[in-house]
Design a protein around this ligand. Sequence first.
Ligand code: SAJ
Length: 452
Amino acid sequence: MRGEILSRVSVIGLGYIGLPTAAVIARAGMHVHGVDISQAVVDTINRGEIHIEEVDLDGLVQGVVQRGLLRAGTEVEPADVFLIAVPTPFHKDGEHTPDVSYVLAAAESVAKVLKAGDTIILESTSPVGTTEQLRDAIAAARPDLALPGLTDATPDVAIAYCPERVLPGRILEELTNNDRSIGGITPRCARKALAFYKRFVRGACVTTDARSAEMTKLVENAYRDVNIAFANELSIVADAMGLDVWEVIRLANRHPRVNVLSPGPGVGGHCIAVDPWFIVHAAPQETPLIRTARGVNDNKIHHVIARATELIEQYPTARVACLGLAFKANIDDFRESPARLIAATLARRFGERIHIVEPYTTELPREFEATGALQIDIDTALENCELLIVLVDHDVFKSIPHAERAHRIVYDTRGIWRDGFEPAAPIVSLATAKSDRVSVLSPPAAVMSRDT
Ligand code: SAJ
């Protein structure tokens, strides 16, 4: 027990996953050394501060740094458990070839300080087979160590894959409470990793082999991508048919076995828009559905640009406010964001007519430079802009009362302001509706409509 309490953990990669994970492990009483290539990130953390926005993370990091349980550096130091949480993007080569070079670089730096008895866990979303590649990289660097799957003897080191599953905005809660899949290169590796996760995870920890755990993570995000694609395709169909897609989905979801997700301006972030490609790349002939879903979600961005352009041209004197740049609600993450791409495209085309409202940043990304587009706050937008394009469903936008956006032309790609679409008299009233309020079917052309 004493040895456990004193065990040292090295977390490699202190980004959106690595830093919260390091902090949660430190909170459980382990001594954590976080490693990042950025000196600025390391300095920030060692001051007890954070470089990313995540609910409650600031207080947690400050606390564990003050208690001496978390410190950061740019070089990997000896530890008992090495947890790798580095990016795994894909090459922009048209083939979407996964880039696992950061994982292999991390493996090489771990190899330098590795000793018998240590455990290495990969958490980065990875193509199937990456954990074995990591093992092979270590084997090449450290021929003195017996590695799992390569020896009949008891291996010196345990190697496992355990994907993170947390949702930005809920990371600390989900890190502790979500179930985990733990895939060992061998069952013994899985058991060693399991013993580690049991020390800070309350959710169920389920062991399997490394390849199954790698695939499970890809499946989770591809599943969501396919389901969002269904919603996005419906929204384009509804546009063509003059229907309010949110009303249709709301009603369809009253079926006990139907749960259609929400359409939006496309799928963003660095997970759901990326990970399905790892499956497609591994089995291109066998993945028409997953590939098509990616295409549908990417195409939705262009659909929104086309409809917004049409509307802006239709009202040539209107000042336009694009609401939101983040890839989803209530976060400051603008990576791979459809909202950002749409707003930047409109800014390039319409220049100073475009105004950007994004409460999660004080300055616009570089691509807005020289477009003439300005950042304004939401109150200024509501006062001065005649055309409002909702791109992100931030709570601060959702809470704007109808009266404050009355007499504006609204293109709401997230369906947050549907109150304006309800007809004065219900077209259909459902006497048997389960909710308290009378359900109504909204009038046609609800997605793009004057919000009065
Ligand atoms: N979106 C929609 N409609 C929806 C749901 C989402 O358009 O109904 C859009 C969002 O606006 C956003 C994108 O999809 O642009 C992705 O957002 P998300 O909230 O679905 O997922 P992420 O990328 O923040 O996090 C996902 C999660 N995976 C799943 O829910 C299966 C999370 O649990 C993973 O840990 C994370 O990917 C990851 O790191 O892989």
